[in-house]
Ligand binder design. Structure first.
Ligand code: ARG
Ligand code: ZN
Length: 866
């Protein structure tokens, strides 16, 4: 059941046109498919084998005549076919009973589809693979009062009334596309309408459809769409090719959003926003996801993937594009910092664990398990490295070349890189290792200053123990040198290309021993080891001209302190906190303009956010989650004690008096102010509790209200009436706003409190929770699984709970269950006692009868890691 990239063969048949007719009725939906097919002249003759899943086959004809066919649960085989023919199948599907949310399914206000990667086969018999591209027409029939809106890809071409209060609509998509980009929607929805005029003067009709009553939460997404369209024209010369671009929001959705041609379907989380219900981060995420799906129209839809192993071809590239859009729209400095923070929290652990895979996997059991941080976020880093190596202009020329060569095709990662090579003349042969190997490379750097020759030599040694062999990567390493007084040494900024296992780079005319700034702007997704002294890091924190590395210096300082403290706590000693760290933090707070000529409140907030426990755990050989938790919070408390005056002063001074806007400037001030509040709450005095409750009650926006709630939810004291009041009031106020209820659940599941598991268990029976809704599961259960100290409780209770939830869900929604199973990725990093509990939990899941393929792949790999 493992599928290998090396086994790829082209399709034996092609589908030129697809005509679909959906008759939506209460007992099920009848799908009539008429396919104009022909043999692929490049492949020798063989029977036609179509994919299908949970289809009730009512009729099969070829050129109008009944034919013999062989149907199994997952395939329909027809033999003795002419070279070209019309295949007509009629099937009944049951969208109301589709709990997997793959294929066509019911959600509150109607019917929706999700076809990537292999959901189309749950709708009709088809060659469900991305290299089969066809032109689609779709007709929908449904009850008019219940389903007034009928949508499919492309342009509306006709509609009318039918008997019994029914109506129909016909849509035609002029662009050839693979089946995974098919979509339909039938429901009762409100629409927000606008237009965009492209650079060449075409008018695109824009629409956002949402559940009735939510129109006032759509303008931000609409503006994001218009900004994305303009940005892609300006940065990449890419214009919208459509007459109609529609976004439909649905509350039940496995993932974030889907780029179906002309008919994107989105998780409501990435559409709906209003100041009182969405945070600054939500607003920014909406910008990014709307842009991401729009950018797919070129990088994904016009040029698509030959097979699913090439997923990063479209996802890595499109994430890179949405990152760049976000950086241009908001704050480039903090955007980069957050990207790296996210990569270290999710992708580095993935790359070190049992599910590690190259950005282009060589094999998989279930493709849905490979929509990962590696394919998406590391994939984006690989694209970014290409741009770093050849420069922005050559990268743009490479994109132009890619579309010149491959518009309308289904291609591979090699095809993309070949276009970049052709446009730049750069040799990417060695670089391809980034596509083919799992694991995070480590680069160890040693600096040697020679007084005699006035040279400074950087010796770089790379290694990746997870790779299949020892050949070196091509690693772009951006560096600069600083004098001990903080001045950047003129001419020392260089982009080094590491190509050998060990390699030295010499800087001439260096008078005194410099402080090297390494991996500036995070120029490659690696671990970078250098034996910095705290004094050197303090120099970089204060004087670095690269904002990422200024932040990084602070993270390195904090990391060392926390890891040392964790070791001390584990050995029964008191941790020590050097005054220099507090001084550096004080300086950041005082200047508040950050450091160097960049910064501002947003930067300071990032700089004073300590590295997360998950990221730190990767740096420990055996993770002691309790000691790590105590150490990190000990440092937070120490900072709060030492800097109480600064935190209070800033808290009072940073108030935003203008009307709320999700601008990066306002968001930065709110982030720093709320960070001050959270630090102050580490002291847990009555006055700070009251301050937090006051903010909770008076905030006119969700950012401030939720920041106060989350900080209070984290208060450890057994008795905290302010906490109880805030949680109760919040639920009472927002219980009808589904996305806000998710926040309420998450504030509790991510709490550091020792009773968190008991709270989470109780919440699974609360009316706020719904096992059928992925967002609820992610907010309550998966977020608990990411709560390092509580999930990894020494008694195994956290493991047992998540295992129970996987078993409840595996059949109902395998994709979501499989994501929960990923909570166990790092189980072998803990002590023997915890490992024994985790193993028992994993084995219990593995041995569950009829376990879904999705979960089985994850659990088998996890157990195989021991
Ligand atoms: N292509 C979508 C996006 O990244 C994600 C779809 C994921 N679907 C899935 N079944 N895993 O924009
Ligand atoms: Zn995507």
């Amino acid at each position: 059941q493992t599928i290998y990239l090396k086994d790829y063969t082209p399709p034996a048949y092609l589908v030129d046109t697809v005509d679909l007719d959906f008759s939506i009725e209460s007992g099920g939906t009848v799908v009539t498919s008429t396919l104009a097919m022909r043999r692929n002249p490049l492949v020798s003759a063989r029977p036609l084998v179509l994919d299908g899943e949970e289809l009730e086959t009512l009729d099969v004809t070829v050129d109008g005549a009944k034919v013999p066919f062989l149907a199994s649960a997952s395939s329909l085989t027809v033999d003795h076919l002419p070279d070209a023919f019309t295949l007509r199948t009629v099937v009944r599907i049951k969208p109301d009973g589709n709990t997997r949310l793959s294929g066509m399914y019911r959600s509150k206000d109607g019917y929706f589809t999700q076809c990537e990667a292999q959901g189309f086969r749950r709708i009709t018999w088809f060659l469900d693979r991305p290299d089969v591209m066809s032109t689609y027409t779709v007709t929908l029939h449904a009850d008019k009062a219940t389903y007034p809106i009928l949508l499919a890809n492309g342009n509306p071409v006709a509609n009318g009334e039918e008997a019994n209060g029914r109506h129909w609509a016909k849509w035609a998509d002029p662009f050839r596309k693979p089946a995974y980009l098919f979509a339909l929607v039938a429901g009762k929805l409100d629409g927000l309408f606008d237009t965009f005029t492209t650079a060449s003067g075409r008018t695109v009709q824009l629409a956002i459809y949402v559940e009735p009553g939510k129109l006032d939460q759509c303008p931000h997404a609409m503006a994001a769409l218009q900004k994305s369209m303009l940005w892609d024209e300006e940065r990449f010369g890419l214009e919208c090719d459509l007459d109609h671009y529609m976004i439909v929001a649905v509350g039940d959705f496995n993932m974030g959003a889907m780029e179906n041609k002309g008919l994107n379907i989105f998780n409501t989380k990435y559409v709906l926003a209003r100041a009182d219900v969405a945070t600054d981060v939500d607003f920014e995420n909406i910008d990014r996801v709307v842009a991401h799906e729009y950018f797919h129209n070129w990088t994904g839809n016009r040029v698509t993937c030959r097979d699913w192993f090439q997923l990063s071809l479209k996802e890595g590239l499109t994430v890179f594009r949405d990152q760049e859009f976000g950086a241009d729209l908001h704050n480039r400095q903090t955007a980069r910092i957050r990207e790296v923070r996210g990569l270290r929290a999710a992708q580095f652990p993935e790359d070190a664990g049992p599910m590690a895979h190259p950005i282009r996997p060589a094999s998989f059991v279930e493709i849905n398990n490979f929509y990962t941080a590696t394919v998406y976020e590391k994939g984006a880093e690989v694209i970014r490295m290409i741009q770093t190596l050849i420069g922005r202009d050559a990268f743009r020329a490479g994109m132009d070349e890619y579309f010149r060569r491959h518009d309308g095709q289904a291609v591979t990662c090699e095809d993309f890189v070949a276009a970049m090579a052709a446009a730049s003349g750069f040799d990417f042969t060695q670089f391809m290792r980034w596509y083919n190997q799992p694991g995070t490379p480590r680069v160890a750097v040693d600096g040697h200053f020679d007084e005699e020759t006035k040279t400074f030599t950087l010796t770089c040694t790379q290694a990746n123990p997870r790779a299949s062999d020892e050949s070196p990567y091509l690693i772009p390493l951006r560096v600069a040198l600083f004098a001990a007084d903080g001045n950047l040494l003129p001419g020392s900024e260089r982009l080094l290309q590491l190509t050998a296992t060990t390699q030295s780079f010499v800087f001439e005319n260096i008078a005194v021993e410099p402080v090297p700034s390494l991996l500036r702007d995070f120029s490659a997704p690696v671990y970078l080891d250098f034996d910095y002294t705290p004094e050197q890091l303090t120099v970089l924190l204060a004087h670095e001209s690269d904002p990422f590395n200024a932040w990084e210096a602070g993270q390195r300082l904090a990391t060392q302190l926390i890891l040392d403290a964790a070791a001390a706590i584990a050995a029964g000693q008191e941790p020590v906190w050097p005054a220099s760290f507090v001084d550096a933090a004080r300086k950041l707070l005082q200047t508040q303009a950050g450091v160097g000529n960049f910064g501002g409140a947003a930067f300071v907030a990032e700089a004073l956010t300590l590295p997360g426990e998950t990221t730190l755990a990767e740096l420990m050989s055996v993770v002691d989650p309790d000691a790590l938790h105590a150490a990190r919070n000990g440092l937070r408390r120490h900072l709060a004690e030492q800097l109480e005056g600064e935190f209070s002063g800033l808290y009072a001074g940073l108030t935003v008096n203008e009307p709320y806007a999700p601008s990066s400037e306002q968001a930065g001030r709110r982030a720093l102010r709320n960070l001050c509040l959270a630090y102050l709450l580490e002291l847990d005095t009555l006055s700070v509790r009251q301050l937090a409750l006051q903010q909770f009650k008076t905030a006119d926006n969700m950012t401030d209200q939720f920041a106060a709630l989350a900080a209070l939810a984290n208060v450890n004291a057994a008795d905290c009436p302010q906490r109880e009041q805030a949680l109760a009031d919040f639920y009472a106020k927002w219980k009808n706003e589904a996305l806000v209820v998710d926040k309420w659940l998450q504030a509790q599941s991510t709490s550091r409190r020792p009773d968190t598991l008991a709270t989470v268990k109780a919440l699974t029976a609360h009316p706020a929770f719904d096992i059928g809704n992925p967002n609820k599961i992610y907010a309550l259960i998966r977020a608990f699984g990411a709560n390092l100290v509580r999930f990894n409780a020494a008694d195994g209770s956290g493991y047992a709970f998540i295992a129970d939830q996987i078993i409840v869900l595996h059949d109902r929604n395998p994709q979501v269950a499989s994501r929960l199973a990923r909570c166990f990725d790092r189980w072998t990093k803990f002590d023997a006692g915890r490992q024994a509990h985790a193993r028992r939990a994993l084995e219990r899941v593995r041995d569950h009868a009829g376990l879904s393929r999705d979960v089985l792949e994850v659990v088998t790999r996890a157990l195989g890691a021991a």
